[in-house]
Design a protein around this ligand. Sequence first.
Ligand code: SF4
Ligand code: SF4
Length: 202
Amino acid sequence: MAESLPARTSEAASHATIGRSGSPRAASVSDPLPMADADIASVRLWMREHFDHPLWREISEACLGCGACAYVCPSCHCFDMVDEGDWRRGNRVRNWDSCQFAHFTAHASGHNPRPQQWNRYRQRIYHKFQYYPDKFGRLLCTGCGRCIDSCPAGMDLVEVLQTLAAVSAADRGAVMAAGTGEAGASRRPGSGSRRDRLGLSP
Ligand code: SF4
Ligand code: SF4
């Protein structure tokens, strides 16, 4: 779990061609991951105000809900508790789980607060880039790229972050053009400390 998205590790570098484009992502282990270029502060800024934005449906469209991204992710840690056994003997078992599964948030009543896959994919992005950093001051993503390698649907976290950053930048540009962008401009990434640039400073 990193404050920034670091240089590619040797293990991650073995996954040389990832993503929808199929283009090589890093030539050597010392090359930074493409994700390191993602403007995370912009993404976080936008996410804060756009939980219900229709873009979430759009970027999640291909997601199958298979959970592969969570199972290969070094920072995913969601689990479920299950009681197994009979009246004589039993075990309480902790099972690895994933927020990408439809039953993960299913209530006993039958209600599911994340009934559709786009709700669940949005949760994955919010957990890693909004909720966890807000609480603990670090991103819940190492930038390893394993989720991209493993996704059978070609979902590419780098592309998602870049899309959100671009939309955020466009929104800020529109606000500034309207002459009311002073507050947004003062939080513009690229200035201040590294934590400021990642939108992690309180
Ligand atoms: S993003 Fe890809 S790997 Fe993750 S649940 Fe969706 S289809 Fe599966
Ligand atoms: S790049 Fe994907 S697999 Fe790696 S830590 Fe981030 S979300 Fe998890």
